[in-house]
Each structure stands twice: as C-alpha cells, then as structure tokens.
Ligand binder design. Structure first.
Ligand SMILES: Cc1cc2nc3c(=O)[nH]c(=O)nc-3n(C[C@H](O)[C@H](O)[C@H](O)COP(=O)(O)OP(=O)(O)OC[C@H]3O[C@@H](n4cnc5c(N)ncnc54)[C@H](O)[C@@H]3O)c2cc1C
Length: 369
C-alpha cells in the first residue's frame, strides 16, 4: 500500500473507477479504496444511454460485444397503450450487468496503474490525509465517490442541497427469453417499471415508487403486460433496493475535496442517466485536478446535470396522473417524431429549443385528445 498519492478516490463503484481512470489519463498517481469486494453489484436498471457510452469510450473503457446488448431506443407502455422511439441515427445504448461493467472498469483502472484497495473502508479524512482504520495515506486531492449516502460529503461539510423528491427503487433479474431491444418503461398509476434485456435469456427489472412500503414482486401486478411476460419465470438474482431522487447539492467541492457520482447529487432512476453523468463528471474533474484547481468543477458539474434533471422532472410529471399518462402515450404513439425528438434531447443531440416546440405539440395534443 502506498504512503502517499496525488489523488485518493473514496469508493470504487462506477463513479470512483471513472474518476480514477480519468485522473490516471492525466498522469496523476491514484489510489482507490472501497469497503466492498469486486465485482460490486447494486440496484440499477443496467442501461447505458448513448451519451454514457461516448463518455466511457473517452475513458478508454471498451465493452466487448459479447458482454452487453445493444439498446436501440425506448418504449413506453401503460393502460394497454404503447409508444416507442429509437435513439438518433448512429447512436446506440447498451444494456449490461452491473457486475460485468464493474469488472471491465476495474480491469481498465488496473491496466493504467491505479492502486486498488478492496475491502478497505475509509474511516475519516483530514486536510491532506485519508484514514483507513489505523492506516493513513497522504494525498493532495480527495475524491468522494462513496455513493448516495456519502460520508465524505458530510465530512467535507457539503451536505447542503435543494429539496429532494425521494423515491424507493428495487431491481431483480429474471430468467426469461428477452423480448425487447429497447429500454421499456411501464407506467403504473404511482409506480414505474423499467426493463432491460441484459442477455438473450435474462432481463433486469427495476421498479420505483414514492411508497416506502412497496416491493418489487407485489408491484408487478400494477403492470399487467409485464406481469404476463414474467409469469412463471425463475428469478436470477436477489432483490436489491436503493433510494432514487433528484438531488442537487449547493456545492460539490471544498478545499481539496471533490464529490462525484451519486455522492455529488443524483438524478431519478427513470432517466437511466446516473452512470453517464458520473462518467462525464470524471473527465471534467480530472482536468481540474491536472491544472491544480477545482474552481471550474462546480459550474461544469451543474451544466452536466441540467439536462438529466430536466428530463427527470418532465417524465415524473406523469407519475400519479393516470389520465395525463394515457393521453401522453396516445400522443407519442400517434406522433412518433415528437417522441424521437424528446429522446434525442434526452441523450443530448438536440437543443432545449426543440423541447419548446415539442412541448407545444404535446400540450396541444393533450388539450385536443
Ligand atoms: C433502481 C435504480 C435504477 C437505475 N438505473 C440506472 C440505469 O439504467 N442507468 C444509469 O446510468 N443509471 C441508473 N441508476 C443510477 C446509477 O445506479 C447510479 O447513478 C450509480 O450507481 C452511481 O454510482 P456511484 O459510483 O456514484 O455510487 P455507488 O455505485 O453507490 O458506489 C459507491 C461505492 O462507494 C463505496 N463506499 C461507500 N462508503 C465507503 C467508505 N467509507 N469507504 C470505502 N468505500 C466506500 C461502496 O462500497 C460503493 O461501492 C439507477 C439507480 C437506481 C436506484
């Protein structure tokens, strides 16, 4: 174990590994510590949007074809209706088991010479030191990538945030022949279900709701189409839960400590953008570290989060409003070009100006449906 480093990353999930890889690409010495043992699993919809793949490629992380499944777009289903749209031409998404992605990112970090400390819980930080129980490592920079309940955020006094719209999410895998090459979103009255096929024989199902009492298996009956698909299917993983929220921090860095990934704020799981956001933040953060100043990180971080937060808010307007959901699905079904443009905006290939135009089309459709 090294006695000192340039960058100490606390948390070796996707955000921490991305930060470590990006910092190594900038020539900095990097240590990552994570309390868990790889490959690390977590509740996730396991879909990478096209912009996430571009950001991953920038980190030199290449997902072998056999390890993921291309995702061509998104399908909404609910109230017996469905509407679908493909990503803009040339763009593709990917579905991949979380553990597989973790393995590939860990390999890339190791190949670049990142010092990886697994089963190593960080117990405290001070100005230029990170503490792992009795051991201390000196560092110039500290990166908090320790997830949604970040202790680094608390230690660095960065907890202040805007109102959080908290939801509860769960995921599980099922052995069933995959039936879709789109990310499917099932709209229930107060719950959404997300499905991605992670292999030819396995699908990942995630659900989210404001109700703290709800659980995945019980909620499936609120999605009749999905329930029929999964009837009799064997489960392939344990149920895992995690909070899902739109949370914006007032500050994402202080002195020599910077936050990244879910530690630095979150977007609701419905966007499928958490991972892509972390990968983009990593590149920006590493650039700041290279030039020895975190001053530009705050504004760049805010800019990156703007679009996913906007999309999350737009999509969650449908939550709890069944008639509104039904009309929106009808319109998107009838006007696929509007859905396509909304999706293009979602993955960053269209400007918010077009959202205004499509918002008018949608609004007019809702009034006249
Ligand atoms: C139900 C659900 C579905 C989602 N679906 C998608 C999707 O389809 N696509 C997408 O892009 N995003 C999705 N997301 C969001 C995505 O999962 C998160 O944005 C992403 O996991 C954040 O990664 P992270 O590395 O910041 O945090 P985490 O993955 O939580 O990693 C944090 C790591 O820090 C470690 N750690 C914590 N404290 C310490 C400590 N003191 N010392 C050492 N290590 C520590 C933990 O062990 C953990 O490994 C979804 C989220 C949910 C809840």
């Amino acid at each position: 174990m090294p006695h000192s480093t340039d960058v100490f990353v606390i948390g070796g999930g996707p955000a921490g590994l991305a930060a470590a890889i990006a910092a190594r690409q900038q020539g900095l010495r990097v240590v990552v510590a994570d309390g868990a043992k790889p490959p690390i699993d977590k509740a996730c919809g396991e879909a990478l949007m096209p912009d996430a793949i571009t950001a991953l490629e920038g980190l030199g992380v290449v997902v072998p074809v056999a390890e993921g499944r291309p995702v061509r777009g998104v399908r909404f289903l609910g109230s017996g209706l469905s509407a679908e749209a493909d990503f803009p031409s040339g763009a593709r998404g990917l579905s991949i088991r979380r553990t597989t992605l973790h393995g590939i990112m860990t390999e890339r970090a190791a190949e670049l010479g990142v010092d990886l400390l697994w089963q190593s819980v960080v117990t405290g930080i001070s100005n230029q030191e990170v503490q792992l129980g009795e051991r201390k490592i000196r560092t110039r920079w500290i990166v908090g990538a320790d997830g949604v309940n970040s202790r680094v955020r608390r230690w660095a006094n960065l907890d202040a945030h805007s109102r959080t719209d908290l939801r509860y999410a769960f995921r599980r895998h099922y052995h069933v022949p995959s039936w879709t090459d789109r990310m499917e979103i099932y709209w229930g009255e107060h719950t959404q279900g997300y499905v991605t096929a992670v292999s030819n024989e396995q699908v990942c199902v995630a659900v989210a709701s404001h109700d703290p009492e709800f659980r995945l298996e019980e909620s499936l009956c609120t999605f009749p189409e999905l329930n029929t698909r999964l009837r009799g299917a064997e489960t392939a993983s344990v149920e895992r839960g995690a909070p899902s929220a739109n949370r914006k921090l007032k500050r994402v860095w202080r002195k020599n400590v910077a936050l990244i990934g879910d530690a630095s704020g979150t977007v609701d799981a419905i966007t499928g953008e958490g991972l892509g956001l972390a990968f983009s933040q990593a590149a920006v953060l590493a650039n700041c570290l290279r030039y020895g100043s975190l001053a530009g990180y705050q504004s760049a971080h805010r800019r990156l989060a703007q679009r996913p937060l906007l999309m999350a808010r737009l999509m969650l307007m449908l939550d709890g409003h069944p008639r509104f959901q039904q009309r929106t699905l009808q319109i998107l079904g009838r006007r696929p070009e509007v859905f396509r443009r909304l999706l293009a905006l979602h993955v960053g290939t269209l400007s918010p100006f077009h959202l205004a135009l499509d918002g008018l089309t949608l609004g007019w459709g809702l009034l006249t449906a």
